[in-house]
Design a protein around this ligand. Structure first.
Ligand SMILES: Nc1ncnc2c1ncn2[C@@H]1O[C@H](COP(=O)(O)OP(=O)(O)OP(=O)(O)O)[C@@H](O)[C@H]1O
Ligand SMILES: [Mg+2]
Length: 507
């Protein structure tokens, strides 16, 4: 058998109005970790969907060989049966089924039509142990965080005896700790002879685990590198991704904060289900005009809950504390009240809170600002189109048309639509939770530029960021949270990664 487990020859894939892949050729060696890099919309997810049968054989041109044989898959089930497992960018488990049901769904044996559940509960424990997930197999999947759900997907792949594992942005919603565990797991699989393909925008992780890196640009395979032999660096990858050098990842900005526009005093939030638990405990902070504040801290620190609670009571059983906007004490009972007073909020979870996937781009962008494009309650279509086109251009949203359903956009481009929607409402105080999750390096810089423009226009920004370089590169001041409390505060010129981590842990 050849040394390659997967070979792709001259693959071309079209969607109406878009050529997603053009003449892509690629070889993946048995037992290696191969990483795919490329900008948002470069075609990475589409490529994996062709490989795994999400897109059937007759929907693309070119050939794919798995274990030396040409593939002819018409569904994911076909590829799974041959030892290929894919873990999608957006998780695909059945939320209301248990862990073990999800692991064995679709491949349980029956005896006279009866399933031996106990056998599967027992077997699932074996796989959960391998992936390091310490949860009873009967746990319903919707009760698990994203990181743990990912491990369930991997346990499922193992139970199907996968020989090739494809992971589409597996660490984009994980914190540093969880990411490291996952990458270690993939390295462990490599020792056992399992081949992995990893798609990621986190280039430091790519360089840490990958043996080989292939870069896609505009649907074409641009280059393939051997990480060790070619001494591959992040800058080399970026150059091939964007087609030019990217020198300033964090565009320059003058910082001269003005008066306090928002002040929070002794804010405490009670858990929505367990009313005695304080999710956020006695937090105080302030935000000035023309200032970017970053909130750092580990996952579960209470940052998202704090911001949601402040944004019109969107989280928690109840809250205590005082909120001042422009010096005036305010109670915001509903998100609408928050929007009316000039707050904007972009959630970290674009799928459930930010977007209507089965609507087009333009409707999604203008949704929160109907007042701007309508008169006497009637929407001015020309205006709507003009506004949406403006954001498509400014944010570089890759799509053939603003009438495209958001569902059909690449992950990173969906995120740009979420941001456009919030920007169009023109808030005075803009709260963004993980603004650049799943966004490629070039587009990140574009988004930083947009935030800087907001600051120059006298607005203020609060950002929750799990990427410390981003917080350090963008913020004027950083608050570090952990366990529902603010553990410390650092001005830009004193902040370092070490100090932030130290504050989070020790306070
Ligand atoms: N079902 C679809 N219908 C129409 N166009 C699509 C569809 N799926 C993907 N596309 C388009 O194909 C191109 C490639 O998208 P793809 O999702 O593969 O990008 P990606 O490299 O995974 O990006 P990201 O890093 O943002 O996830 C994009 O222009 C996208 O808009
Ligand atoms: Mg993708």
């Amino acid at each position: 058998m050849s040394e390659y487990i997967l070979e792709i020859k001259n693959l071309t894939k079209d969607f109406p109005g878009v050529r997603a892949l053009e003449n892509v050729s690629l070889k993946i060696k048995k037992g290696e970790i191969h990483s795919l890099c490329g900008e948002n919309g470069a075609g990475k997810s589409t490529l994996t969907s062709c490989i795994s049968g999400v897109y059937p054989r007759n929907s693309y041109e070119g050939k794919i060989y798995f274990k030396g044989r040409e593939t002819n898959y018409n569904s994911v089930k076909d590829s799974e049966n041959e030892g290929l497992a894919i873990i999608h960018q957006e998780l695909a488990l059945s939320p209301y089924l248990s862990i073990y049901e999800n692991i064995f769904l679709g491949h349980m044996d029956t005896k006279f039509g009866i399933i031996n559940w106990n056998k599967y509960i027992k077997e699932s424990k074996h796989y959960l142990e391998i992936v390091g997930l310490n949860e009873p197999p009967e746990t319903v999947v919707s009760k698990l965080g994203v990181g743990k759900q990912q491990l369930v997907e991997i346990a499922r792949a193992l139970s199907k005896k996968a020989e090739l594992l494809i992971l589409d942005e597996p660490t984009s919603s994980l914190n540093d700790d969880e990411s490291e565990k996952l990458l270690d797991l993939i390295l462990e699989f490599k020792r056992q002879g399992i081949t992995s393909v990893i798609i990621s925008h986190k280039l430091n992780e790519v360089l840490k685990v990958a043996d080989t890196v292939t870069i896609l640009r505009d649907g074409r395979s641009i280059s393939t590198y051997d990480v060790k032999a070619d001494n591959l660096t992040e800058d080399m990858i970026i150059k091939d991704m964007v087609g030019r050098d990217l020198t300033h990842r964090f565009p320059e900005r003058k910082s001269s904060p003005g008066e306090t526009v928002m002040e929070v005093k002794n804010w405490t939030i009670y858990h929505p289900d367990f009313h005695k638990i304080k999710v956020v405990n006695n937090v105080s902070f302030y935000l000035r005009r023309g200032e970017i504040l970053a909130f750092c801290g580990p996952m579960g620190a209470g940052r998202t809950e704090l911001m949601m609670s402040l944004f019109g009571n969107s989280y928690g059983y109840r809250s205590e504390g005082e909120l001042f906007i422009n010096g005036k004490k305010t109670k915001l009972k509903r998100p609408r009240a928050a929007i009316n007073i000039g707050l904007g909020y972009v959630s970290e979870d674009r799928k459930t809170l930010g977007l209507v996937l089965i609507q087009d781009i333009k409707t999604n962008i203008t949704h929160a600002s109907l007042g701007k494009i309508s008169k006497f309650g009637v929407i001015n279509n020309q205006k709507e189109i003009k506004e949406a086109e403006r954001y498509r251009k400014d944010m570089n949203i890759r799509t053939p048309s603003i009438n495209q359903f958001v569902r059909n956009l690449s992950g990173g481009n969906q995120q740009k639509v979420v941001l456009s929607k919030a920007l169009m409402a023109n808030p005075e105080i803009f709260i963004i939770d993980e603004p650049t999750r799943g966004i490629d390096v070039g587009a990140k810089t574009e988004i930083y530029g947009i935030l800087n423009n907001m600051i120059a226009a006298g607005k203020s920004v609060i950002m929750i960021s799990s990427e410390l370089p981003e917080a350090l590169g963008m913020a004027d001041r950083i608050y570090v949270m952990n366990e529902g409390r603010i553990k410390g505060e650092l001005p830009k010129n004193e902040a370092t990664q070490e100090k932030i981590m130290h504050l989070a842990l020790v306070g």
